[in-house]
Design a protein around this ligand. Sequence first.
Ligand code: NOJ
Ligand code: CA
Length: 705
Amino acid sequence: MKAILIVIFALLIVSCNSSEVKSLELSSPNNAIKVGFNLSQSGKPYYMVTKEDKVIIDTSYLGFEFKNAPAFDKNFIIKNSEIRTFNETWHLPWGEQLDVINNYKELKVELQEKVSPERFLNIVFRIYDDGVGFRYEFPEQSRLKEVEIIEEQTQFNLTQDYKTFWIPGDWDIYEHLYTTSRLSEIDALKYVGHVNLAQTYIPENAVNTPVTMVGDDGLHLSFHEAALVDYSGMTLKVDTENLNLKSHLVGSENTDYKVKRSLPFNTPWRTIQITDNAPDLINSNLILNLNEPNKIGDVSWFKPMKYTGVWWEMHLGKSSWDYGMEMVGGHWTDTGKAHGRHGATTENVKRFIDFSAKNNIGGVLVEGWNTGWEHWIGFEDREGVFDFVTTYPDYDIAEVVRYGKEKGVDIIMHHETSSATDTYEIQQDAAYALMQKYNMHAVKSGYVGKILPKGEYHHGQHMVNKYNNAAIKAAKYKVAVNAHEPIKPTGLRRTYPNIISREGLRGQEFNAWAEDGGNPPEHLPIVAFTRMLAGPIDYTPGIFNIKFDEFKKNNQVNTTLAQQLALYVVIYSPIQMAADLVEHYEANPEPFQFIKDVGVDWETTKVLNGEVGGYVTIARKERETGNWFLGSITDENGRTFDVNFDFLDDNQEYIATVYKDGKEAHWDKNPLDIKIEILTVSNRSKLTLELAEGGGVAISIIKKD
Ligand code: NOJ
Ligand code: CA
């Protein structure tokens, strides 16, 4: 690892009269993006951001309102400022690429109140070629020991009425469909009362992040946060008249402040990715770079992998998580006796192991293996319901693990906490120790339902700590975590690389049961430029039985089969589920070959084209083999692109197997029409890709020896 640190010192002589303060200014390494910082007449801190001299963020104020102290909003002077340049290249233990360049210029502004109590606050800006991150630092000081933050007053004052891709600022869940509208037309409150959600709370006209915007001039912006640690998640309140966004932290019904911290501490970074086109948003590593380096050391015990699982069959209603729930006299009743529909049986799991072993798939997820599912949802008091060590009588965990080991397949653990967080915390050590005993290195956790203790929300400080602490504890047992109903990713996988993936969006499961028709074809072409900018997604692609009428007449997947294959490349995760039932793969061996072949851990990623909400094409080079895989997906519009294969190695021929939409393919009318073609390609090749409405293309590009 190479790190160059150049420190340039700039000590500002500032007079007490703030009107004489010179504005501080610093530009990105390539000089295109500039941040200006200054204080108003009354000593209010503000900043501005420009790109190539165009104002992107106009005068935007910064500060805090506290419960236990006067606000941090005015009467500041600049005591000191420092500038430094940083450039390093670091390695991702697993990821979209091997090497990450972290090159920025930093401006640290040290503020002091000029009136009593003369407290201190630092604001640090890091300016990259692809955007800006800034955070507040509360240094140790004698006149401020602890803060109770009622609200953070961070503004983003925009200068255009951007086309905006947004979900509501829900304090409890991110599982909403995106709306595309002008910034001035955002109406988050229209999402209140969604029928499909076990928890949701949208108090304001605010959005969750990442929120992505495209200007009429082609400028692309995405707002998010990095390194969310011991703080509340930030939503952005929208002032539709003045085109202004303002931080609105997630709160709690149990306290009249939103964040409580002892000094010294730093807030998460507030991030603005700024690019000239959509692909560069995906290419940006700004969020990862703003996180601290690996704190848990070697994680080679976690291997990126594909997995199958006892999962989709429950969402389709073919089998159940529980063992003995029956309808008795119009009520679901725990009979304590096997009803015969339980999915997680030793026998069924062995079937998945056999299939995975034959098909280059490293893991099998088993949901519904443990006691508690009879009482997990709809019950007010879920504490004490789930048990993370006790199996149902028809599931022999030791035997399943032994059988998996014999066949080279790992079992992925499942912990549905049902948001009974105390119950989970009490059992965590025992639960992770059980995994260690069986050499299980990955857990999928779930947080369905309203948080217990009552009054807390999934995205508030209380839960941010619970999610982070669970992952930190898991690392001690060599366990990697894939949380569902999680807190949003903020790049913490750099610091804790056992945080492998998560949900945090409307996943594939909605297609199985959502009453609103599931995820429309535009969903993933939006997700690629919004949620995916924050980190890996456990979307669970690969549904071949697209219409599944034999299970659910009113639901279906709203893409073509070829797009389901393309998602393995487009939607990044170090664990990728082959989510459909074994029998649906066995009946379709030709398209399944792509899932068998596709990599999960990448040396390089190239985003070849894209338009937010329209389409995206990504090529990734697999670590170790040097083989490439390409995925391209589109929304409800069919598209034709020319793709240049100049990303391939020099002097190397490859066999390309192209899985494309057939001539008659259409996400609704004919989703299964797929054509497979085999070609020889090199870095001089060009290919025309034709994507059907809601379609896609997947290509495996394997080195010829
Ligand atoms: C919601 C998760 O997203 C889903 O994948 C899981 O099967 C259920 N909860 C049950 O835990
Ligand atoms: Ca979910």
